[in-house]
Write a protein that binds this ligand. Structure first.
Ligand SMILES: Cc1ncc(COP(=O)(O)O)c(C=O)c1O
Length: 385
């Protein structure tokens, strides 16, 4: 089997599996907030995990808030920065057209509450239009409550110049949150060097347990309590912490730290894979081809051949990819991310996403290449009848 849907969810990393088996067998278990010895031991384990994560992510332990993942983190950041801001005359949210639905729908929610959402345009290569961003910030100086533009896209893998975005936002005194869900664990990242005010991480995207994650905040005290409860996580997120899950975040990030050199090999193989495909099928289109992209993502289309048909062909060979194009009434539609990049429907309906991770053998690209070639040849013939 070849699992090529890491951007959807990564398999649990081998180090995390090994850690969990031992940890579950040996304990200790307790409420980390209990003052007895076992509670304190569990708390120490979780705080050690926070410390390890902070070292790898380039921040201080006091800048990490453990939670259930990025959707929660996004909602929490929006809530903290927007609640009460209409009264202060800060009524503008700046975002982009390529955001994940967790951001899009949260922004819509606040739009219904009276905020104005300004969507920064995207260039055809998937990078946001920087001049347009700066102009929006300039024209609305003093009124922007939050800028929310992602760091790496889940469909295309295109990486935004998030550090430069942070600099511009600083110039206009606008708080910036970048959805780093797809970037962390797949590319170098230092929260401190990024200049961002807020970032998020999702455990299941990096090989840790599902239902784990964190917010990184320059200043955690700018967050408001989101889940009211027993004072956990500095009173910002009530509820007994998922300490086992939080420990797996440190193990998965440590795996990334120790295996970073694999990124280069993965990227070189991905470049070679795309080159060979283009040579064999000159009409194929690679989304964001000329933009900086994650080492492990290819989003490809053979115009006129439906992505879902290709996905089914690959699945019959035990290769799991995704199309990302929503389907209504059996009529595939171009995703909003691709629409924001100006991709037409013929190309948009054909997309297939191949996303791998640090633990995937690079030879998988050769097998995906062969299977994809067979699928395109077969479906191309059917189509020409
Ligand atoms: C870019 C991006 N943001 C947010 C999310 C939501 O993350 P979670 O599943 O941790 O809630 C995802 C998951 O697909 C994502 O890819």
């Amino acid at each position: 089997m070849i699992y090529a849907d890491y951007n959807g969810s990564a398999p649990i990393c081998a180090d995390v599996k090994e850690y969990l088996v031992k940890r579950i067998q040996e304990g200790p278990y307790s409420n980390p907030n209990a003052i007895h010895h076992l509670g304190q031991k569990v708390l120490m384990g979780m705080e050690n995990a926070r410390f390890s994560c902070s070292k790898i992510l380039g921040c201080k332990p006091g800048q990490i808030l453990f939670n259930s993942g990025s959707t929660e983190g996004i909602s929490h950041i929006f809530y903290s920065l927007l609640c009460g801001k209409l009264d202060d005359g800060k009524n503008i949210i700046v975002t982009s057209g390529i955001e994940h639905s967790a951001v899009v729908k949260t922004a819509q929610f606040y739009e219904e509450k009276g905020f104005e959402v300004k969507v920064c345009p995207t260039l055809p290569n998937g990078v946001i239009n920087f001049e347009a961003l700066e102009l929006t910030l300039k024209e609305n100086e003093g009124k922007v409550a939050l800028v929310c533009i992602m760091a790496a896209n889940n469909e295309t893998g295109v990486i935004q110049p998030y550090a430069e975005m942070a600099e511009i936002c600083k110039k206009y005194d606008a708080p910036i949150f970048s959805d780093t869900t797809q970037l962390i664990g797949k590319d170098e990242f230092s929260f401190d060097e990024s200049g961002l005010d807020y970032a998020v991480l999702s455990g299941h995207k990096i090989g840790a347990l599902t239902g784990t994650g964190m917010i990184l905040a320059k200043d955690l005290t700018t967050l408001k309590p989101f889940i009211i409860g027993g004072g956990q996580e500095k009173d910002l997120r009530g509820g007994t912490q998922n300490y086992l899950g939080n420990e797996t975040l440190a193990v998965a990030l440590n795996y990334f730290k120790e295996n970073k050199e694999k990124l280069e090999a993965l990227k070189a193989k991905r470049v070679d894979f795309e080159k060979k495909l283009k040579e064999k099928f000159p009409s194929i289109v690679i989304m964001g081809e000329d933009a900086p992209r994650l080492a492990s993502s290819t989003y490809i289309s053979y115009p006129g051949i439906h992505g879902q048909a290709v996905q089914i062909e690959l699945e019959s060979e035990d290769i799991y990819v995704t199309t990302s194009s929503a389907c209504s009434d059996n009529e595939p539609v171009t995703s909003k991310v691709l629409k924001a990049m100006g991709v037409n429907d013929e190309v948009g309906r054909g997309v297939v996403r191949i996303s791998l991770g640090l633990c995937s053998p690079v030879e998988w690209y050769d097998q995906v290449f062969d299977a994809l070639s067979r699928a395109y040849e077969k479906l191309g013939k059917i189509q020409s009848y």
